[in-house]
Ligand binder design. Sequence first.
Ligand code: ARG
Length: 399
Amino acid sequence: MGRAKKVVLAYSGGVDTSVCIPYLKKEWGVEEVITLAADLGQGDELEPVREKALKSGASESLVADVKDIFVREYAFPAIQANALYENRYPLGTALARPLIAKILVEAAAKYGADAIAHGCTGKGNDQVRFDVSCTALNPNLKILAPAREWGMSREQTIAYGEQFGIPTPVKKSSPFSIDKNLLGRSIEAGTLEDPANEPPEEIYEMTKAIADTPNEPEYLEIGFQKGLPTTINGTTKNPVELIEQLNQIVGNHGIGRIDMIENRLVGIKSREIYESPAMVVLINAHRDLESLTLTADVSQYKRGIEETYTKLVYNGLWYSPLKAALDAFIQQTQERVSGVVRLKLFKGNATIVGRWSDNSLYTPDLATYGADDQFDHKAAEGFIYVWGLPTRIWAQQNK
Ligand code: ARG
């Protein structure tokens, strides 16, 4: 008796997930492996990936285009939450995992599988995100993670695959470990493992080097409806288009590179490089529009909610009850977050230079220092008397 009869495996077409196919069958006695490749806008041709799975021994090879739900149901809520892990990482990789888990679980139901599998190792966050998300969606499914147990080096993995006709990677594979999708690229390992080393220019694909960016600034206007980005320079875009075009426009100015030492859930510090042009700019613009349209207390209270939300998503708890409760709070706050934010893109910076909204709470009559000032200056005296009263009493007692 094997560990499972029929397994749906999250498949990328790489060596590791390809080797998982024969490994699950030969070593763990799985009878049937169905692969599932998700199109998250990573830009890979998925037809060859589909065929490779069949050649590697999969009984069925599925490809799912999930770009639209990825943006609508995962990226957009994260923008409304201004979600930046440790204040910097816009969660491009972390947001994809619960969606992949969801389609794995759905495929398992459709094909009558008793387990799902993935190619994650035991050191990263992604294994946690897959396992916890799958458990949340169907606690009866088994979760198999061969690469967490097989203990093979890269060379051994390739040699193992060769026995089953899995081709050795043609080009000397990149020393970097890269995860990419519509929201950006996450790059680690290789020379980046020394935090003192400057990232080599060649790792970047979505963002230009500053030396190559335009010498003239470009203005960009992003329109939001209830906290969701809907227009670029006045033209309505569907969610996927909007992200794709912003990646282009903003990446062209070298905006969206992040170099950070990050705290993984499993306790390891890792050096990670991200490029996430659209998300970085969208979150900054969205937060700015909130500052115009939310009351001070909601805006300030939301900061704490955002911090918790971001950690939950990073730590694999997308489908948790706390996350659902925070979503409800965040949705409630977005009702009036509509308007336009104007940015100036130049040499690696997206500077917000203007914002406007029909729901603006900014009151010129109160804010102005000009003659038409409506603020009741005399009222300030009584307010300050009451506001400062506890401090005055304390000061008198303590001299
Ligand atoms: N550290 C990031 C995260 O946990 C990205 C990890 C993705 N993998 C990679 N090969 N860089 O979300």
